[in-house]
Design a protein around this ligand. Structure first.
Ligand SMILES: Cc1cc2nc3c(=O)[nH]c(=O)nc-3n(C[C@H](O)[C@H](O)[C@H](O)COP(=O)(O)OP(=O)(O)OC[C@H]3O[C@@H](n4cnc5c(N)ncnc54)[C@H](O)[C@@H]3O)c2cc1C
Length: 326
């Protein structure tokens, strides 16, 4: 475990945006987590105003907008260690929360296992992937999880327990981990053993998915992924159709009943809209890119502009997907 006081976050976050945190604590496994809470318990002896009240778990920060303000709490940053990924049975991979998801995919291929190739190009670590039940190209993490180890602080001490897949209550980008604010320590993936031809096909799917993202997403700039959720609520889809009736066919045929936020933001003429060094990417309008040195307040102001434009045009505000951390 390593503790860094008054740590400037934007250096380590995917978005390269964010102010200072009172403590950044790097953890690489169970003992580190115990030590981290022990450290935080000692801070509790400080006078009332100086105690650490907030604890935030951090992966790569690829889905986060940290504000420019001082984060008066502790950030537990999950990192991999030398032994963070191993085969426990021919088809089971055990990975610590800090393991990069892409390393699990590669490790699977090396051991003739497939089932995670849909996640090619999806940034993040194992802990966050389980918490948010990440998904892409028709795959979801819930389909390959066997069980996980979690922890929860009780009276300032982390209590560990195992949860099986069916206990995790996975749903769209959601899980019990998220609902109950649990920490993920490790996960066991159940993948499929495959012959060389199947492995080759899975590798190709993985590479195609990375390529697809490179072409469509503005990966050349720091970003936080999709800023808004696509519009899925029937009532909201209806409101959009009231304004753009020509979209009816496209919604059915191309978007499986939803409406693409990237498309709508572009049609509302906000492509390339810029505040400070944050900009709505013309390559994909549901991304707000950091052109270099952007501040969280610039990003949040652009989000506000989009929300206001939606309210004015469609009479509702879209839901933000990226997590704002204050
Ligand atoms: C270019 C780009 C494309 C993306 N495409 C997709 C996509 O196709 N599908 C998709 O689902 N997502 C996508 N995302 C979002 C992102 O990849 C996921 O949300 C991912 O799980 C975030 O991982 P992370 O390690 O960066 O987590 P962070 O952003 O650091 O954290 C995300 C959340 O997980 C929590 N967390 C982190 N570690 C733990 C832990 N050990 N225990 C408990 N909670 C923890 C954090 O507190 C936070 O609430 C994309 C993001 C980007 C930037």
């Amino acid at each position: 475990m390593k503790v860094y006081p008054d740590f400037l976050l934007h250096d380590i976050l995917w978005y390269k945006i964010g102010g200072k945190a009172r403590f950044l604590i790097e953890v690489k496994g169970k003992q580190d987590i115990k030590n981290a809470y022990e450290f935080l318990r000692k801070q509790k002896d400080l006078p009332a105003g100086r105690q650490v009240k907030k604890v935030f778990f951090l992966g790569l920060g690829s889905n986060l907008i940290f504000t420019d303000d001082y984060f008066d709490g502790a950030i537990l940053r999950f990192l991999p260690n030398n032994n963070s990924i191993k085969l426990t049975k021919p088809h089971l991979i055990h990975a610590d929360a800090g393991t990069i998801l892409d390393d699990v995919i590669q490790f699977g291929f090396q051991n003739n296992l497939v089932g995670l190739e849909w996640a090619g190009g999806l940034p993040g670590n194992v802990g966050a992937a389980v918490r948010g039940n990440v998904g892409a190209f028709g795959g979801e993490i819930k389909d390959v999880i066997k069980d996980i180890e979690v922890f929860e602080a009780q009276n300032g001490k982390p209590r560990f327990k195992n949860l099986k897949r069916y206990e995790l209550k996975f749903s769209y980008r959601n899980s019990l981990v998220k609902k109950n604010g649990l920490g993920v320590l490790a996960a066991t993936f159940r993948l499929k053993q495959a012959d060389p031809a199947t492995i080759q096909r899975a590798r190709q799917t993985y590479l195609n998915n990375i390529e697809y993202r490179k072409i469509r997403h503005p990966l050349e700039f720091p970003n936080c992924g999709s800023v808004f959720k696509n519009i899925a609520t029937p009532e909201h889809v209806e409101k959009i159709l009231n304004v753009y009736p020509d979209l009816e066919e496209k919604i059915k045929r191309d978007w499986y009943g939803k409406v693409s936020m990237g498309y709508l933001i572009k049609r509302l003429d906000l492509s390339g809209y810029r505040i400070g060094n944050a900009m709505i990417s013309p390559k994909h309008c549901n991304f707000i890119v950091n052109l270099g040195g952007a501040r969280a307040r610039d990003v949040l102001s652009i989000i506000k502009v989009i929300e206001e434009k939606f309210l004015e045009t469609f009479d509702f505000t879209p839901e933000v997907e990226a997590e704002v951390v204050e």
